[in-house]
Design a protein around this ligand. Structure first.
Ligand SMILES: NC(=O)c1ccc[n+]([C@@H]2O[C@H](COP(=O)([O-])OP(=O)(O)OC[C@H]3O[C@@H](n4cnc5c(N)ncnc54)[C@H](O)[C@@H]3O)[C@@H](O)[C@H]2O)c1
Length: 344
């Protein structure tokens, strides 16, 4: 997979307009959900002239990150005879950029797509790096491909309408970037938690630095999954309840558990342990997990994409800013981490 450019704020206008008007493009489609159609499309139209385009609207939210929603996209493209030079502009959060990237990559074996993320989480994480896909049954991102957008255009103007809980959710991935790669970024994010926008480009730079070294996750890129082995399993578990978690909330919880395991197995210092736990607990009110859910969550980790030869793996921290990948995660460790979490 090739790596791709990311433009920030108004620096994206010119490349966007230029690509839209180029001979590489026959027709443009803006993919949005009901929210981004109402709030974000008018902003995008104020930023640039989109020329002739069609809207493809899909239902919002993680529960619609499915192959059935891809069918809506593929039907809409097929209905108007969209050809291989069609362009899909994914205007939305991580659900939409993941799903739109996947739908574009499969339609006629691949058409161009551009990501314009409109949530903090999609800006700092989901819209870059080329992972696309959908959930399958209870399993997160089970079906997907590595496929890069033409480029990603991150404009913080879209954050104006984003609810505070979604800002908190996105900030979890920024915290993760700091914890695995750059202690200063971690400090910046927690000190400026109420206004993370000035640190978006730093967060993206960390992700890009890791992805450039290992685009298809053979090794180093796995560190971006810190908090995700348990976080994804917990997110999947709660997806099937009446109180689903936001992605970032699940990852915040996963980071607590995997930080504890780092302390236990990698000698992460008491000082770092306390600092990380205190920061995450200050910003996130995390759910209680009933012991009756533990086995279910353990079973869900067995589908994690980092697993090899049946062994579940996680990412740990040696210290603030230094991560280690491919650590074995045994069921007893998960139970121990949950016991620790209950004691907090
Ligand atoms: N591909 C990757 O590398 C990667 C990385 C991290 C997360 N993800 C994925 O990202 C998804 C989560 O993304 P998310 O947190 O953005 O959730 P989301 O896409 O569901 O967006 C959250 C909600 O915010 C609304 N919204 C979007 N922009 C808005 C705006 N500007 N103003 C008001 N409302 C707005 C959306 O309509 C939606 O209802 C998960 O599926 C996760 O697996 C992917």
């Amino acid at each position: 997979m090739k790596t791709h450019d990311v433009y920030f704020d108004d620096s994206g206008k010119q490349p966007f307009v230029q690509f839209l008007g180029s001979s590489a493009i026959s027709q443009s489609f803006v993919l949005c959900d009901e929210i981004t159609k109402e709030y974000c499309l008018p902003i995008l139209q104020e930023l640039v002239d989109l020329g002739d385009f069609s809207i493809i609207e899909v239902p919002k939210g993680e529960s619609n990150k499915t192959i059935e929603t891809c069918n809506i996209v593929w039907r809409a493209l097929t209905k108007v005879n969209a050809d291989r030079k069609a362009l899909l502009i994914n205007l939305g959060g991580g659900v939409l950029t993941d799903l739109g990237g996947f739908a574009a990559s499969c339609y006629k074996r691949g058409i161009h797509f551009i990501n314009i993320p409109t949530t903090l989480l999609a800006m700092v994480d989901a819209s870059t790096g080329g992972k696309t896909g959908v959930d399958f049954g209870s399993f997160k991102n089970q079906i997907g491909v590595f496929s890069a957008p033409v480029f990603t255009w991150v404009h913080s103007i879209f954050l104006k309408t984003l609810p505070a809980m979604q800002i908190r959710s996105g900030a979890a991935e920024m915290i993760k970037h700091g914890l695995i790669y750059d202690a200063q970024h971690f400090e910046d994010v927690i000190i400026n938690f109420q206004n993370p926008a000035p640190f978006i480009s730093d967060s993206v730079a960390i992700k890009q630095a890791v992805v450039t070294k290992d685009p298809t996750e053979k090794g180093l890129r796995k560190i971006l999954n810190f908090g995700h082995t348990l976080g994804h399993a917990i997110e999947s578990f709660f997806l099937n309840t009446s109180t689903p978690l936001l992605h970032g909330e699940a990852i915040a919880l996963g980071m607590i558990l995997e930080t504890y395991l780092s302390h236990k197995h990698l000698n992460l210092s008491n000082k770092d342990l306390s600092k990380i736990l205190e920061s995450i607990q200050r910003f996130y009110s995390l759910p209680k997990i009933e012991p009756s859910a533990y086995q279910n969550i353990i079973d869900l980790t067995k589908q994690d994409k980092k697993n090899e030869h049946g062994s579940v793996r996680y990412v740990g921290l040696k210290s603030l800013g230094k991560a280690v990948y491919d650590l074995p995660l045994h069921s007893e460790d998960i139970l121990d981490a949950f016991a620790f979490y209950q004691s907090l």
